[in-house]
Ligand binder design. Structure first.
Ligand code: TGC
Ligand code: FAD
Length: 394
């Protein structure tokens, strides 16, 4: 049987030495999150996935690590740079896309709009407790009949005296069933407005979505608003129009660009380890040219995706990141991560379909990531418009 010999100095797990692009603080934070994922998520996540649960206590643990709203300043938030936030997403998604989704939704979709568009009272009331993981948030934009085109939303807010009355249904909402506070986007005579809806508001309820085969270690729910009466103080005063929710998406999509490389890396490393151990035709399958081709494709994708992520992260930190750059990153890194996961699944043969290995869990999760935060097609059209000047959405 052939024996492996080492050649060259490149580390198969960081082939391009991307660590060299990161500073000491970034590496420290990355390593802290990596340890948290190794200790708290990896040992149990297959069970969470099988049982279809997200353990709520993770919220406070993530809060105490400073992971919630970590790229925001003040109000108990860690105020890290964008690259650090991205690296945390990579490590969390190495564990499971559900863990990264939780952090994306809490920090980028629930806390960010309060931070960017909320009144001082709203910020002080909600952000410190959200940063600590004591209050869980969610972001309600999508509806049963308004997905890629949120401008067609039906959820409506009408004035009644000094109050607002909301009616409508939001669907596919991450954290919906466990959220203490929902950021709900609704049409009004003044355009689209963002509302802060505490869980115990009369007329507000949630219903979890079951029978999912993807993102099972994450809560996905519908939000039902039936004559929900809210004071004027519940409106986010700093934004009006679709620009409000769409600007939040830039933040969460940025986290995905880094995050999916964690899922891809987990799949690549699982396939590499497996291929070196698995013997067939009296040789490790890693010694077959066809398997090497697959391993190399995966390794190159992971490295290329991480380079792109760090580049976009540096642009975000320099305030030169445009939403179309974010679309490029989401579009390319997610499709490549999914391809890596599918390839790794094949390298593992029959073992690739069990939860004993992380691969099919990541593969199934990435199907959701391909769709949420703007589908692959929507980002294609955003990029197409950016380079041609022609909108092709309708
Ligand atoms: P359009 O006319 O282009 O724009 C309306 C207003 O919004 C502004 N805008 C943006 N602002 C900031 N960032 C962006 N990325 C923006 N995109 C647009 C735009 O400048 C305009 O502003 P103003 O002031 O001139 O009015 O809007 P449109 O209706 O034509 O839509 C364009 C389109 C299709 C690209 C947009 O609707 C879109 O991105 N659709 C995809 C929907 C989506 O991504 N939904 C995600 C829901 S949240 C989610 O999936 C969470 S998953 C959570 C998890 O678990 O991680
Ligand atoms: P549709 O918009 O109906 O699209 C169906 C297909 O048609 C897709 O392939 C799409 O790309 C294609 N399509 C649509 N329009 C065009 C076009 N103009 N040209 C070409 N192709 C087109 N939403 C929230 O608001 N908050 C959340 O927290 C949240 N979490 C989610 C969690 C999960 C697990 C999932 C699966 C979804 C979540 N979403 C959330 C919803 C998500 O953002 C939507 O699913 C997504 O925007 C797509 O909408 P849709 O599913 O209605 O698909």
């Amino acid at each position: 049987m052939p024996q492996a010999t080492t050649s060259g100095t490149a580390d198969p797990r960081d082939f391009l030495d991307i660590d060299a692009l990161l500073d000491g603080e970034e590496l420290l934070l990355r390593d802290t999150v990596r340890r948290f994922v190794a200790d708290r998520i990896l040992p149990e996540v297959a069970d969470w996935f099988e049982e279809g649960v997200f353990p709520r206590e993770l919220a406070k643990e993530m809060g105490s690590l400073g992971l919630l709203g970590m790229h925001l300043d003040g109000y108990g938030c860690a105020g890290t740079n964008a690259v650090s936030y991205g690296l945390a997403c990579t490590e969390l998604e190495f564990g499971d896309s559900g863990a990264r989704s939780f952090v994306s939704v809490q920090g980028s979709l629930a806390m960010f709009p309060i931070h960017a568009y909320g009144s001082e009272e709203q910020k002080e009331e909600w952000l410190p407790r959200m940063a600590a993981g004591e209050v869980i948030g969610c972001f309600g934009l999508t509806e049963p009949d308004a997905g890629s085109d949120p401008s067609s939303m039906r959820t409506h807010a009408r004035r009644e005296g000094g109050d607002w009355v909301l009616n409508g249904t939001k669907m596919w909402i991450t954290n919906g069933g466990i959220a203490d506070l929902s950021v709900v986007w609704a049409k009004s005579d003044d355009g689209v407005l963002g509302f802060l809806v505490p869980r115990d508001t009369p007329g507000f309820s949630t219903r979890d979505i079951h029978q999912k085969l993807s993102l099972r270690a994450s809560v996905t729910s519908s939000l039902l608003l039936d004559d929900v009466r809210l004071p004027d103080a519940a409106v986010l005063p700093g934004v009006r129009g679709l620009r409000g929710p769409l600007s939040c998406l830039n933040e969460a999509r940025f986290g995905i660009i880094f995050g999916v490389i964690g899922a891809a890396r987990a799949c690549y490393e699982a396939a590499l380890d497996y291929a070196k151990e698995r013997v067939m035709f009296e040789r490790p399958i890693a010694s077959f040219q066809l398997i090497q081709r697959q391993l190399v494709d995966m390794m190159v994708s992971v490295n290329r995706g991480m380079l792109l992520a760090v580049h976009l992260g540096r642009k975000k930190d320099a305030s030169t990141l445009d939403p179309v750059h974010v679309s490029l990153g989401k579009f390319d890194n997610v499709r490549n991560a999914l391809e890596v996961a599918r390839t790794a699944r094949s390298v593992l043969g029959a073992n690739g379909i069990t939860l004993e290995y992380p691969v099919i869990r990541h593969m199934n999760n990435l199907e959701s990531v391909y769709t949420y935060e703007g589908t692959n097609e929507i980002h294609t059209l955003i990029l197409g418009q950016a380079i041609t000047g022609f909108g092709a959405f309708s």
